[in-house]
Write a protein that binds this ligand. Structure first.
Ligand code: CA
Length: 249
């Protein structure tokens, strides 16, 4: 207990430094961080993956959201913003549902969710941010893609901006950069019809999709994400996870 107490005092002190001694942020164990990197550096359990409360709008913002932080390995600090693992959760949702988020994951990281475009906007506007997309097929194969990312405000249609691709999944998201978000009840795509209604999910549709982590295409068996640069062509993606984190510690 004494060791724990010392650790707690140290955590509060580190917290005070990081918030420039705004004391209200650091006591009563209501230490709320702005992202998973801050949680990793200053939370007592920050080196363990799990659920953390964060304030995507900044340390003094009112809005809190519980998120899953992937903290394992040297490059922890990844905040889960999307997960599909089998298609049980319906991703064919309204603009308001995609804005606010739906679904959930537990402390072990199991479940399905869309964290919410309003959170994605705030998280990717704290500073330069990275997006990591992890794809798994049904046979245990995996691939990933990383980008510098920013998502604009709701007023501007939550546009996606990605650049500086790296990874082994292929750069299928590039054609979606600059595209606004679309849902079946808000068509911002570049197609004469409605991409979101056709593909059964909200996304940053172009005309329509080169990559779509949320797609629910019946022709691909339903509940299957799309990443057209994966080899072999039209390989089925069974599990998808999307993370964001600041690009620097
Ligand atoms: Ca359209």
């Amino acid at each position: 207990a004494r060791v724990l107490f010392v650790e707690q005092v140290l955590a509060v002190f580190v917290c005070l430094q990081s918030f420039r001694f705004q004391i209200q942020n650091c006591f009563n164990f209501k230490i709320i961080f702005i992202n998973c990197v801050a949680a990793q550096q200053h939370h007592l359990k920050g080196e363990t993956s799990g659920l953390f409360k964060v304030r995507p709008g900044g340390a003094t913002a009112a809005a809190e959201v519980e998120v899953y932080c992937q903290q394992d390995g040297l490059m922890g600090g990844w905040l889960l913003v999307q997960q599909r693992a089998g298609g049980a959760l319906d991703f064919n949702r309204t603009w308001a549902e995609y804005r606010d988020g739906f679904g959930s994951v537990d402390a072990a990281g199991n479940g399905e969710l869309w964290l919410g475009n309003k959170h994605l906007h705030l998280l990717t506007n704290q500073g330069e941010s990275l997006l990591r997309v992890e794809l798994q097929d049904g046979e245990g194969g995996s691939a990933s893609a990383e980008y510098v990312v920013r998502v604009g405000s709701e007023d501007t249609g939550f546009p996606l901006h990605v650049s500086a691709y790296s990874g082994d999944a292929g750069d299928a998201l590039a054609p979606h950069t600059g595209r606004k978000f679309s849902t079946y009840d808000r068509d911002n795509d570049r197609w004469g019809q409605n991409c979101a209604a056709t593909h059964g999910a909200g996304w940053w549709y172009d005309n329509c999709q080169h990559a779509n982590a949320n797609a629910n295409d019946k022709e691909r068996g339903g509940g299957a994400a799309v990443w057209t640069t994966l080899e072999p062509k039209n390989k089925s993606v069974k599990r998808v996870r999307m993370f964001v984190r600041p690009s620097t510690f």
